[in-house]
Design a protein around this ligand. Sequence first.
Ligand SMILES: [Zn+2]
Length: 76
Amino acid sequence: MSKDNRVVQGRMVTPESLAELVEGEPVMDAEAIEDADRSCPDCDGSVVRVGYMPSVTAFVTGYKCQDCDWSETEER
Ligand SMILES: [Zn+2]
């Protein structure tokens, strides 16, 4: 198991599968998952972030709560 994998809502995710969860569709590329310096606004749970490319010309930082459905994206 890669150290990049995390548990989100009880399921093991890779950078690619976490980015797909946030984006709602498969992404082209994703960076390592990191701990975000914030907590979830809905449940106060831990938030992880992942940088990914939804297309060749876009780069997005996705944030996802590890405990509930909350997620957010931020264009870089
Ligand atoms: Zn939450």
